[in-house]
Design a protein around this ligand. Structure first.
Ligand SMILES: Nc1ncnc2c1ncn2[C@@H]1O[C@H](COP(=O)(O)OP(=O)(O)OP(=O)(O)O)[C@@H](O)[C@H]1O
Ligand SMILES: CC(C)(CO)[C@@H](O)C(=O)NCCC(=O)O
Ligand SMILES: [K+]
Length: 250
């Protein structure tokens, strides 16, 4: 039995794994991580901690000390040049975010055909993998909350109390808004639709094929994608944790 920890820039995602099965999922803010892990450790014996982080180092150090104090095996996964049949496209392989690496691994477990992973978190990342497991590269763009905060932080009149600024299932990008709230929501949806469309086009051109690769979506804001994007995607909330599960030692 292992405890898997995916530390993102906004939140940490934690779960317990037995074989291929993941359960007891939790998403917590960084300051609650140790307590959450401690709670899981006290309810499950013979555990090992497996973690991957794109956040600042102190959290990894805290988890290491915690594991040592409990006498639990601890492993931090870093982005490798290749592993489990997946090949990193970055020449400076360690610079590729480990969450991007693990999400691709998680998708590859399920699909050996060409695939795109779109992770809608603090940042939105796009990554393409071909049928041979070769990562072909990707994109990094601001996430929804990051875009909203940048917009509101740099304008006087765009943010306002009571305005709903999250894109919903209503396709606001199909028409133009006539309230500030609709203009912002529609604008964010248009950005998302543009990223998806461009990802599919660029993937087809990169792979020199007319077939669109299978599209996997994950991340804390994936459920806020407009219906037209969700309906063409495989939604896997725990893709990064699934990838991390490949590293279990048991
Ligand atoms: N309870 C919550 N607390 C904070 N953010 C939440 C919550 N529920 C959903 N979200 C959304 O999830 C987004 C973060 O997604 P996620 O947790 O996947 O990011 P992350 O893994 O921390 O970030 P990244 O991997 O990009 O560094 C936030 O921008 C926010 O809009
Ligand atoms: C892009 C994020 C923030 C997405 O979580 C993360 O994967 C990261 O910090 N990456 C490092 C830069 C890179 O992947 O090139
Ligand atoms: K993430």
């Amino acid at each position: 039995m292992s405890i898997l920890i995916d530390v993102g820039n906004t939140r940490a995602k934690v779960c317990v794994s037995v074989g291929r099965e993941l359960f007891a999922h939790k998403a917590v803010c960084h300051k609650d991580l140790i307590d959450t892990v401690n709670d899981l450790v006290s309810h499950h014996n013979e555990t090992e901690l497996l973690m991957a982080s794109v956040a600042a180092a102190p959290l990894s150090d805290e988890l290491l000390s915690f594991s040592e104090s409990k006498g639990i095996k601890y492993q931090e996964v870093k982005t490798p040049p290749h592993a489990f049949g997946l090949i990193n496209a970055y020449r400076q392989y360690g610079n590729l975010g480990v969450d991007r690496w693990l999400a691709m691994l998680g998708a590859r477990v399920e699909c050996r055909a060409p695939l795109i992973v779109i992770d809608v978190g603090t940042a939105i990342t796009v990554d393409l993998v071909d049928e041979f497991g070769q990562h072909k590269g990707g994109w990094i763009t601001p996430g929804l909350k990051t875009m909203r905060e940048a917009l509101f932080g740099n304008t006087q009149k765009v943010a306002g109390p009571g305005q709903s600024n999250t894109p919903g299932s209503d396709d606001l990008s199909a028409r133009f808004g006539i309230t500030t709230a609709d203009c912002v929501s529609g604008g964010l949806q248009a950005v998302l639709i543009g990223v998806f469309q461009q990802a599919k086009d660029t993937a087809r051109r990169t792979l020199k094929t007319n077939t669109a690769p299978k599209l996997f979506v994950t991340g804390g804001d994936a459920t806020k994608l407009p219906d037209c994007l969700l309906s063409e995607s495989e939604y896997r909330p725990d893709l990064v944790l699934q990838g991390l599960n490949s590293y279990r030692s048991e």
